[in-house]
Design a protein around this ligand. Structure first.
Ligand code: HEC
Length: 125
């Protein structure tokens, strides 16, 4: 009897572990500050539905910093990859202004990880 209980509880723990793992997609880091669904609410950062191909700083999010508010670029795969790796550096390159700043901290999703995040963002449409 004891053994059966033990078996059941360890199976339960394994299942929980698997479920938690399946949840950890490339965007898991972004979720604290962004929503991804159409019409989703803005959190610390703007909603990111259909962000690929959208003009930067163009949602009705009220708290954009100056550089994103005045942005003149469109989010494509390359600039998004640079953004999720190091937004602090990317904002300077994208604006061409060495003093440009963004409120979003660097996410250090670089290389393959950046690819995975951007692939996820592309699917939001
Ligand atoms: C701690 C909060 C936080 C996290 C985590 C975060 N962001 Fe952001 N993000 C922001 C904020 C705040 C802004 C607005 C920055 C500004 O106005 O300078 C922003 C802006 C953006 C924008 C520009 C949106 C637009 O409308 O032009 C994109 C794209 C973006 N984030 C993607 C991501 C992705 C992808 C991740 C995960 C890898 C992520 N962010 C993680 C807070 C965050």
């Amino acid at each position: 009897m004891k053994k059966t209980l033990l078996l059941i509880s360890s199976l339960a723990i394994m299942t929980i572990g698997l479920a938690a793992n399946a949840d950890a997609g490339p965007e898991s880091r972004c979720k604290g500050c962004h929503t991804f669904n159409q019409g989703g609410k803005h959190k610390t950062g703007p909603n990111l539905f259909a962000i690929v191909g959208k003009k930067a700083g163009s949602t009705d999010f009220k708290k954009y910093g100056k550089s994103l508010k005045n942005a003149d670029w469109v989010w494509d795969e390359d600039n998004l990859k640079a953004w999720v790796c190091d937004s602090k550096k990317a904002i300077k390159e994208l604006t061409g202004d060495d003093h440009a700043k963004t409120k979003m901290g660097k996410q250090k999703k670089c290389g393959d990880k950046a690819e995975a995040v951007v692939a996820f963002l592309k699917g939001l449409k």
